[in-house]
Design a protein around this ligand. Structure first.
Ligand SMILES: [Ca+2]
Length: 105
């Protein structure tokens, strides 16, 4: 599993396919760009799924600004891929840390 995740980060084709699937989930109107409302919807769906607190307006705008690198007010696929890469990187890093912890036991 860990190896598979890492391969996503280095295999451009696999990574693009995965990122595209996520992108299409968020881009609910299929315009090819994500606006604040679509990002808010995606974050709320995630919060509901994981039964965590709903993100507030500030959280949503902070994340949006972070992803919207050129500050165009829309997130395009290239910018979105940066986010997916960050998320995968965190998962891989954390998984490694957890693995290390178990080795010590
Ligand atoms: Ca859109």
């Amino acid at each position: 599993m860990k190896g598979n995740l890492k391969s996503f980060l280095t295999n451009e084709k696999k990574f693009n396919a995965l990122a595209k699937r996520f992108f299409e989930h968020v881009d609910t109107d299929g315009s090819g760009e994500i606006d604040v409302g679509e990002l808010a919807g995606a974050m709320k769906r995630l919060a509901a799924e994981f039964e965590t607190d709903m993100p507030d307006k500030e959280d949503i705008h902070d994340l949006f600004d972070y992803i919207d690198e050129d500050k165009s007010g829309k997130i395009d696929f290239e910018e979105f891929k940066g986010l997916v890469r960050d998320i995968l990187f965190v998962i891989v890093t954390e998984t490694d840390k957890i693995g290390e912890r178990y080795k010590k036991i």
